[in-house]
Design a protein around this ligand. Structure first.
Ligand code: CAA
Length: 687
């Protein structure tokens, strides 16, 4: 293994190079070696200035997150940073790649900072539920002003080298190769006898006395539920109100508080889960993939358009296959895509959105590398569509089903090549970062790997599962919410409770947005397998039968104004009262904590079943699907992580109590919850 840090002499310049792949994180061993070599360079009378730069793809991307939560080992990052600040000779940070967090803090302690044009700089700590804890909140406002510093620290925004230069964060944007130009810059600093410019000696001032309070109010809604953004503001307050040393101390106190907070633990869990989710055990990283040059999405509806738009960014040719001339005309008009009378003949009509075309020419199926069924509304229609694609397409083409609730094994079995069949589910019309890839029993690893790679190339996070996960759990969550309506709650109360927990939308507003027909169709398809209480809770069909299909229809669980804002609806409340009466249920006032627990425990319980049936391989797959697919609050880590924080014994006991109280036998804890609770374990491990 090459050394983590080296010191080379080039004339009277000392060049310190860090080499800790993949991202030069400030691990303990690196910090120790760096301090030793810096001390050596400071003491060496033949070295007049020092350049710090990094080998590999990036400058330091921050503290080593894997060390968080463990006992800190000296020297810690603040010690390294302060050592550089006090250096007796100029120290220059030469940046490339991403200079982040502790890496940028180290650079801020240097006396000069230069970067290549492609470098990006920032403080992403807030996304880990933290604040820059090695002087970043004290130095940045001193260097670039309070307003710009708040923007970077509180939002975790990365800036380009050019923007950093304009802000005064760096002294120059330099040419590549970095090492040579950094040395030339160092030589210039010496030649021009430039002073030791210590950022710690500058003064940070507010633009107006009420600036911090105004800023706090301006971000209150956006950062609702998070702790770190507000602690960041307090740290910046220390930079303007306290001397530098006292400010550092205040920053440390706030950092330590955040590090111990449940919010940060959850956000750090999410950081690693997001990287882990794409590495599935059982699917080797080197699995071969198939080339995807052309995708045909069959259909022109909401689902088809969303999928087409997603793929258009990554695949050279994406075509929506319309069923009728009317569909073709509507799509061309709505999306601004080009129409193609016959794509195979190259008869494209007009310029449209890059990479996307719409056609009626089904012969295109024979040329496609990937065919996506996005028009059929039920499993039978999907099956016959995939059988048709099987016959029409060339060997090796991948066939994709997109029904959110479909049993992918049943669908794959209608083709003669189940190894080529896979399901996908995008959330929020393709806007969500997660994509569920559902492999069938016989889907080949190559096909799974191809889809995983495609999703990654879209900048999204792929979760490889054995069947529907997010939608299946949502059904149980909504079912419990409907029981609550039957017992006495109203949609706005349930939604408020879940919104206060941290969801953007509660279950009813979420269902209205997605369209109630989806859940209704699913309910109809599995009606015979429902338990008696679920069958008797007919609220969904009563609402849909009135044409209240949700936001698009102008009414669902709410009524919607012209701007799409939900309005509680007395007609719906009358329907609820009547339904409860018909069912012989005496409506009662349901406390908020009961609403919260019953909805969340229904979600967690179904997640446990999904794990037990191996539909999802790991709890982190479920957490990622819920954080990205349903905006489960990231500062709670996802439903399975959150359950572990609550303790599964408590979850189990509460479920049993609610089951007894509401005579809801269906709500018995899943066997996995029972087993883990008995063993005092969590979904992730023993607590
Ligand atoms: N510590 C430890 N490991 C890290 C890391 C860090 N700061 N940053 C990234 N890694 C690891 C990732 O976990 C991943 O590991 P695996 O290959 O084992 O999965 C590997 O490095 C590569 O990371 P990515 O897959 O994310 O690579 P990328 O090229 O897509 O992105 C990156 C690179 C932009 C640096 C991105 O990894 C990133 O944003 N990292 C986090 C940066 C960060 O939050 N820094 C602040 C740390 S907190 C801090 O510094 C506190 C302080 O004030 C002292």
């Amino acid at each position: 293994m090459p050394p983590l840090v080296t010191l080379e002499k080039h004339g009277n310049l000392g060049v310190v190079a860090l080499n800790n792949p993949p991202v030069n994180a400030l691990s303990h061993e690196l910090r120790r070696t760096l301090c030793a070599l810096l001390a050596e360079a400071f003491a060496d009378a033949s070295i007049d200035a020092i350049v710090i730069w990094c080998e590999g793809r990036t400058f330091i991307a921050g503290a080593d997150i894997r060390e968080f939560g463990k006992a800190p080992l000296a020297p810690d990052v603040p010690e390294v940073v302060e050592l550089i600040d006090r250096a007796p000779k100029p120290v220059i940070a030469a940046l490339h790649g991403t200079a982040l967090g502790g890496g940028l803090e180290l650079a801020l302690a240097c006396h000069y900072r230069i970067a290549v044009a492609s470098a990006r700089l920032g403080f992403p700590e807030v996304t880990l539920g933290l604040l820059p804890g090695a002087g970043g909140t004290q130095r940045l406002p001193r260097l670039i002003g309070v307003s710009a510093a708040l923007d970077l620290i509180v939002n975790g925004t990365l800036v380009s080298a050019a923007k950093a230069h304009a802000l005064g964060l760096i002294d120059a944007v330099i040419e590549e190769p970095l090492k040579e130009h950094a040395q030339a810059f160092g030589a210039r600093v010496l030649l021009e006898r430039r002073p030791l410019r210590r950022v710690s000696e500058l003064v940070a001032q507010l633009d107006a006395p009420e600036q911090l309070e105004a800023y706090r109010s301006s971000i209150a809604q956006k950062h609702r539920g998070f702790l770190a953004p507000f602690h960041c503001i307090e740290a910046v307050r220390a930079a303007v109100e306290l001397p530098f040393e006292a400010g550092l101390q205040r920053e440390r106190e706030l950092f330590v508080e955040l590090m111990a907070s449940p919010e940060s633990k959850a956000q750090r869990h999410a950081f690693f889960a997001e990287r882990e989710v794409a590495k599935l055990p059982g699917l080797a990283a080197e699995t071969a993939t198939r080339a995807l040059r052309s995708v045909v999405v069959v259909g022109c509806g909401k689902r088809a358009r969303a999928l087409g738009a997603c793929f258009a960014g990554a695949v050279p040719a994406v075509t929506l296959l319309a069923g009728t001339q009317q569909e073709l005309d509507n799509t061309v008009a709505a999306l601004g895509v080009s129409s193609a009378a016959s794509v195979l003949d190259g008869a494209n009509a007009g310029e449209g959105r890059a990479g996307m075309t719409c056609t009626l020419d089904a012969r295109l199926l024979s040329e496609a590398d990937l065919i996506v069924e996005a028009s059929a509304g039920d499993v039978a229609a999907q099956r016959s569509a995939l059988a048709r694609f099987d016959a029409a397409s060339r060997p090796g083409a991948i066939l994709v089903s997109t029904l959110p609730y479909s049993d992918i094994d049943t669908i794959a079995s209608c083709t003669g090549r189940p190894a080529d069949v896979v399901g996908i589910h995008v959330y929020r019309g393709g806007a969500a970062r997660i994509v569920e890839i559902m492999r069938a029993r016989d889907t080949s690893p190559e096909v799974s790997a191809t889809l995983m790679q495609l999703v990654k190339s879209l900048g999204k996070v792929p979760a490889l599962v054995r069947g529907p996960v997010g939608s299946r759990m949502f059904t149980e969550y909504l079912r419990e919410a409907l029981f609550l309506l039957e017992e006495g709650a109203v949609p706005q109360q349930v939604d408020r409770v879940l919104h206060d927990f941290g969801f953007q939308l509660g279950p009813f507003a979420e269902s209205d947005r997605e369209g109630l027909d989806i859940e209704w169709n699913h309910r109809k398809a599995r009606f015979d397998s429902l338990d008696p209480r679920a069958r008797a809770c007919t609220l969904l069909e009563q609402i849909c039968e009135q044409g209240r299909f949700g936001l698009q229809a102008g009414a669902g669980f709410y009524r919607y104004d012209a701007d799409g804002n939900p309005i509680p609806d007395p007609d719906l409340e009358a329907l609820l009262v009547l339904h409860s009466k018909d069912r012989g249920v005496v409506r009662r006032t349901i406390p908020d904590h009961e609403i919260l627990e019953r909805c969340l425990f229904a979600l967690i319980n179904e997640g446990a079943r999904v794990l037990e049936e191996r539909v999802a391989a790991r709890p982190l797959d479920i957490d990622m699907i819920w954080i990205h697919g349903y905006a489960f609050p990231v500062y709670r880590g996802g439903p399975m992580f959150y359950a572990d924080q609550l303790g599964l014994a408590g979850v189990r006991d509460a479920m049993l109590e609610y089951a007894a109280q509401t005579r809801a036998e269906h709500r018995t804890p899943a066997p996995l919850v029972e087993r883990l609770a008995l063993g005092a374990k969590g979904f992730y491990a023993a607590p």
